[in-house]
Design a protein around this ligand. Structure first.
Ligand SMILES: *Cc1c(COP(=O)(O)O)cnc(C)c1O
Length: 392
């Protein structure tokens, strides 16, 4: 969906409550209907052949997709938004909408693992040359530009290791050579970071995480700037993408409570990290909202809040067996991929093969936590007993 509108002056909390619904067009019901559809009927041949009505075929949009796309357009200040089948599908669509054979594509070394997998396995076959860059480069990324560089992929903070990026500096440099800038903004959600206002052209969300918020739907979103919108809309249409209306409805419902959920995720995370940071078994916390984090200044400048995803490193000398014993001893934290739901999760950080342009210590034992909506005292109790279990 697209329309010509500048970013609303309303507060984001108010937009979250009102965007994407127009009760009086649906008999006054507060929420938009879930439209299950394929065929759309036309009143006559003339209307059919001139596409002279709002909807023509469900794959190209219906009132349910419009509701979520319209809400996100307002939240992200976008020229247009498209919905994808998963976060990874949104990444693939956004990238493919702006690179072609012969192009050079720069990807942050700290990008989400499956983003790397897509870049490494799909793009070379299409004639796109992929180069990973150190996320700390900022404007220095210029040194890597080639005449055929057409797109730069960013993610902040980085997956698993939480490095911040100077996205505005990278965007300004990329725009000097007319390259598109993409950002995976899943960590902050559009509530706490607005990529398009930082100069990004394609702002990507794994809606699976905080937008849906309940671990029950997979969905992705792409919000485009004016210059990226036409290419995205056309490519998304050509690929025949379609997301089921029930899933879109659940994402729209998730948006309504995004702000209150994130507020609690943030508060709980700060409580848990405040306890973790002084433990002898822990050597570093990775969460840019903390003043001690190396990315704190960039986070403070570009973000308005922080979410529930963080990591910590065990003290030097911690063995893999000890780290795994800790994870196995957790009761409230589930062992599972994904995050952004109401529940707490933990995974071991495995960086093997995932860093090729920036340094990492392969022996370091780290854990990524998603801090859910449980009572933080209970979460601390669980971490405490698991540490005792693993370290004695
Ligand atoms: C989970 C995740 C994705 C992919 O989302 P899916 O819906 O699982 O495909 C993309 N980027 C980041 C940062 C993620 O955490």
């Amino acid at each position: 969906m697209s329309k010509d509108s500048s970013l609303s002056q309303k507060s984001l909390d108010t937009i979250l409550a009102h965007a994407g619904r127009d009760p009086l067009t649906f008999h006054g019901f507060v929420n938009p209907p879930v439209v299950h559809a394929s065929t759309v009927l036309f009143p006559d041949v003339q209307t059919m052949l001139t596409a002279g009505q709002q909807y023509t075929y469900a794959r190209r949009g219906n009132p349910t997709t419009d509701a979520l796309e319209g809400a996100l357009m307002e939240i992200e200040g976008a020229a247009g938004v498209k919905i994808a089948n998963s976060g990874l599908n949104a990444i693939a669509l956004a990238v493919l909408s702006c690179v072609k054979s012969g192009d050079h594509f720069l990807v942050a070394d700290t990008s989400y693992g499956p983003t790397r997998h897509f870049a490494d396995t799909v793009l070379p076959g299409l004639g796109v040359s992929v180069e990973y860059y150190d996320p700390g480069l900022g404007a220095g990324i210029k040194a890597l530009f080639r005449p055929e560089t057409t797109a730069v992929f960013t993610e902040a903070p980085g997956s698993l290791t939480f490095e911040m990026q100077d996205v505005p500096a990278i965007a300004a440099a990329a725009h000097d050579i007319d390259a598109m800038v993409l950002m995976d903004n899943t960590w902050a959600s559009p509530l706490y970071c607005q990529p398009l206002s930082l100069g990004v052209d394609l702002s990507i969300q794994a809606g699976t995480k905080y937008i849906v918020g309940h671990s029950d739907v997979m969905l992705g979103t792409i919000a485009a700037s004016e210059r990226a919108w036409k290419g995205l809309d056309s490519f998304h249409g050509a690929m025949g993408c379609h997301v089921a209306p029930d899933d879109i409805y659940l994402a729209l419902r998730g948006l309504r409570t995004l702000s209150v959920r994130l507020e609690r995720h943030k508060r709980n995370t700060l409580s848990v990290l405040d306890w973790l940071k002084d433990l002898p078994q822990v050597s570093a916390i990775r969460y840019p909202a903390l003043e001690t984090d190396p990315g704190h200044a960039l986070w403070k400048r570009d973000f308005s809040g922080s979410s529930g995803l963080c990591a910590f490193d065990f003290a030097d000398g911690t063995t893999r067996d000890q780290a795994f014993a800790f994870l196995d001893a957790l009761n409230l934290f589930g062992l599972g991929y994904s995050w952004g739901g109401f529940e707490s999760l933990a995974i071991p950080v495995r960086l093997k093969g995932m860093r090729t342009a920036s340094p990492f210590d392969p022996d370091r034992q780290s854990v990524r936590l998603h801090i859910g909506l449980e009572d933080p005292e209970d979460l601390i109790g669980d971490l405490d007993q698991a540490l005792t279990n693993a370290f004695g």
